[in-house]
Ligand binder design. Structure first.
Ligand code: TYM
Length: 346
């Protein structure tokens, strides 16, 4: 019996290791929800919580359950239509096939391949090797399993995950060449950007250090806007964003990364094309005015999202979660069985 959907699958996962940021929101949640709202008749939409990925770096384990439920609630507050039968929400660890497939794929993955992952290099930099977890090292393999189990073609992610997506394609192609057509190979990253109407992967930068990514695991949190921040607090973070001394607004990631980051965030918040925002602001000399406009838009956005969060009916979310998890186990087990047969385990 083939359980795999006849529809193309759009899938993404958001880790529950900390509160989510506007980077997670604009990089992955929003594109996913846009697709779910506009195209859930034609595509299968899987938005899941990769809970096994949550502790590749240390976390407070007593808060994990709460964070998982909080994130699911946020997805709904952000507009995920739970009533569509083609929309699925689930927790990775409730579908054991993810870890089983990851193990099998591990055995076809080179240590060198994982060593070349820039995110691994960044996150392990300066740490004693004995403190860097194997989970952090090979989590791209688990991520590949997350994608391949459901035959996903499109995977909206921020720019920092593009390399992992390329790896997913590589391992899928490698397995298909060795064992016949096992997996749907996700579309190349460039094609994914076209599909989501972008010219490149999104990178929201840290407000205090616009040379690095805005990250939910950032310790000080000063350069990070969390979706749960009080609107005034978030507005203050924007007003305190690091800029430059050139004194003239220009969209230029090299010379004016701080200003450019603000222009980018502004365009996303007010849902206008970047070119239109740039045309309005380029040449302005008062950075404070741009900051004020972004800060106001940010406060308004968070107010709306947080009000919708409060109104979410969690019993409907839990009902959907249980239903999706039962269905996704069938799909995932079916793919896993094909792989188990191919490698001689069955
Ligand atoms: P995670 O949880 O770190 O981040 C979730 C998503 O948010 C995007 N993102 C950003 N986008 C733009 N600017 C930023 N500053 C920014 N920060 C984060 C990430 O690119 C990501 O899309 N390994 C994944 C989770 C995962 C997954 C998967 C994703 C596990 N399995 C399968 C897709 C498919 C991760 O750690 O994302």
């Amino acid at each position: 019996m083939l359980f795999r959907s006849s529809k193309q699958v759009i899938l993404t996962g958001i880790r529950a290791n900390n509160d989510l940021t506007i980077g997670n929101y604009f990089g992955a949640i929003l594109p996913m929800i846009d697709m779910a709202k506009k195209h859930s008749k034609d595509y299968q939409i899987n938005l899941f919580i990769p809970d096994l990925h949550s502790f590749t770096t240390p976390i407070d384990h007593s808060k994990l359950q709460e964070q998982i439920m909080h994130n699911l609630r946020l997805f709904v507050a952000a507009g995920l239509p739970l009533d569509s039968p083609n929309v699925h929400i689930y927790r990775q660890s409730y579908v054991p096939a993810h870890s089983e497939l990851a193990w099998i794929l591990d055995c076809f993955t080179g240590v060198g391949e994982m060593n070349r992952m820039t995110q691994f290099k960044d996150k392990s930099k300066g740490l004693n090797d004995d403190r860097v977890s194997m989970g952090l090292f090979n989590y791209p393999v688990l991520m590949a399993a997350d994608i391949l189990l459901y035959g996903a073609s499109y995977v909206p992610v921020g720019d920092d995950q593009s390399q992992h997506l390329e790896f997913t394609r590589d391992i899928a192609i490698r397995m298909n060449e060795k064992f016949g057509d096992l997996f749907t190979v996700p579309e190349p990253v460039k094609k994914q950007h076209e599909f989501f109407g972008k010219d490149q992967g999104l990178r929201i930068k840290d407000l205090q250090n616009p040379l690095k990514k805005m990250s939910k695991s950032d310790e000080s949190g000063k350069g990070v806007v969390f979706l749960g921040d009080e609107p005034e607090k978030a507005a203050k973070k924007i007003m305190a964003a690091a800029t430059d001394s050139l004194g003239k607004v220009k969209f230029d990631w090299v010379k004016q990364p701080g200003i450019t980051n603000l222009l980018q965030i502004y365009a996303l918040l007010v849902e206008k094309p970047q070119a239109e925002i740039n045309a309005r602001w380029e040449g302005e000399t008062k950075y404070g005015e741009l900051k004020k406009a972004v800060a106001d838009a940010m406060a308004g956005f968070l107010q709306g999202l947080q009000a919708r969060y409060e109104a979410v009916d969690m019993s409907a979310v839990l009902e959907k979660l249980n239903k999706s998890e039962a269905e996704m186990n069938k799909v995932a087990n079916n793919t896993l069985e094909l792989v188990q047969k191919a490698v001689g385990l069955r």
